[in-house]
Design a protein around this ligand. Sequence first.
Ligand SMILES: *Cc1c(COP(=O)(O)O)cnc(C)c1O
Length: 224
Amino acid sequence: MVIAQNIARLRAEIPRHIKIVAVSKTMPADKVQEAYNAGQRVFGENKVQELLEKHPVLPADIAWHMIGHLQTNKVKFVVPFIRLIHSVDSFKLLFEINKEARKINKRIDCLLQIRIAGEETKFGMSIADAVTLLDSDEFKNLDNIRINGLMGMATFTDDRTRVKNEFLKLAEYFNELKSKFFLHDPSFAELSMGMSGDYDIAIETGATILRIGSLIFGERKKNY
Ligand SMILES: *Cc1c(COP(=O)(O)O)cnc(C)c1O
């Protein structure tokens, strides 16, 4: 009941064109089912193991998104069913996704994860690395992936001005890459930013996808 109410409240508040990924990491399958019953169809997980446990026991029309760091040796397990990978942070990973997708004749939608926060964040590529990647001949040969946009995580802080500036920076990078590499590619259209604590700032600064966990499912165990 609470989950359905949380989803209804968010859906009423968030503009229709913005997609909500319900981040179900650490939550058991019955909680995911509860959100599904309330109409939610897009779910995000950050660990391959959890994805592989939940995906077979839940409805087949769920769109599963990978939002956490993905190791190259685990790509083959998610490629058969994953709808969108938010966390592409290296050329090596993108190459691996392409390779595994080609084996099963699929095309996988991906976002490039760009580092916008302070030093405490490990994952994500710099904008310079993203430009190098998109400019390379190797990239142009990857026919089994598609780059749908960018993902970013702001610094974990109460300083809302700082968060806003980081999201604005990501939106700027998006426009820069769009005009440089994707001007005639309508599928480069997504900006995944904003979580439970900062989704309002993300909406203000141009997000098209929000990744919301605790505001839907309640607080998770600490240190996850
Ligand atoms: C956990 C997580 C979220 C959601 O966090 P909440 O604060 O619970 O909304 C969003 N994005 C990523 C990458 C996450 O790992």
